[in-house]
Ligand binder design. Structure first.
Ligand SMILES: [Zn+2]
Length: 247
């Protein structure tokens, strides 16, 4: 028997200056890829976050009106840990985000405002690696983000955005999907991993409800194991994987 060949992941492109990450909920980026974001902001790149919701339906014991401001605070703190100070919320409804032109327009508007070369999102497919069912919010926002990268550049799609002063931006060169079960690229997580741990730990209220484990032990274990598994396909260095779609 021969050993199966491990397909190595390629290094993510680094000839860019601005990235925009668009996800459904507070904590999606912290679970998904914040070690990579830490490495990028360290290198002087600008990264901004746009969240479709405030994650207000995420905690069973907390009513949405009380949950939303708390999770917004935790998200801003988590972003700051990896050098991100711009965090915006589109105020779609947590749990029932609808894929459609309203969502595409809001994301296209964000892309026109921020003019990124790289757009980042989270797994848009039905499942996590065929094992666990994905949430409809992740699917909707991931797909709409991949679509909006094109919409942002076309002046005839959403002409109302031009009336609002948002000129087309056709400069998105890639959309990188974190949490994909078919990744193609990776970023070394050695220097960013510690800050990624603290970034996810900022979502303390959410994590304390999620697990009985000590929050730091849980978070460190989860992110370290993910980085190690990805690293097996990236020269043995801990890494964060992305599926990269060029444009
Ligand atoms: Zn989520």
């Amino acid at each position: 028997m021969t050993e199966p060949t491990i397909t190595q992941l390629q290094a993510m492109p680094d000839d860019w200056q601005r990235a925009l990450a668009v996800v459904a909920h507070p904590d999606d980026l912290e679970y998904g890829c914040s070690a990579a974001i830490a490495a990028w902001t360290d290198a002087g790149r600008e990264v901004a976050y746009v969240l479709a919701t405030r994650g207000e339906a995420g905690i069973d014991t907390l009513e949405p009106e009380k949950c939303a401001p708390l999770r917004e605070r935790e998200q801003r703190a988590g972003a700051a840990r990896v050098g991100v100070t711009t965090v915006e919320f589109l105020d779609h409804k947590d749990g029932v985000i609808e894929y459609g032109t309203a969502l595409r327009r809001d994301i296209a508007a964000a892309i026109r405002r921020h003019r990124p070369e790289l757009v980042i999102t989270l797994n848009h497919r039905d499942t996590w690696g065929g094992v666990a069912w994905n949430t409809p919010d992740h699917v909707a926002v991931g797909r709409a983000t991949l679509d909006a990268a094109g919409d942002a550049g076309n002046r005839w799609i959403f002409p109302e955005l031009i009336e609002q002063g948002l000129q087309p931006w056709n400069g998105v060169r890639w959309v990188a999907v974190a949490g994909s079960s078919t990744p193609t690229h990776a970023v070394e997580a050695t220097t960013g991993l510690e800050r990624a741990v603290h970034s996810l730990l900022e979502h303390r209220t959410y994590i304390e409800v999620l697990t009985d484990e000590d929050p730091e032990t849980y978070v460190r274990g989860f992110l370290t194991e993910n980085a190690r598994t990805t690293g097996a396909r990236f020269g043995g260095k801990p890494a964060v994987a992305f599926e990269l779609f060029g444009r």
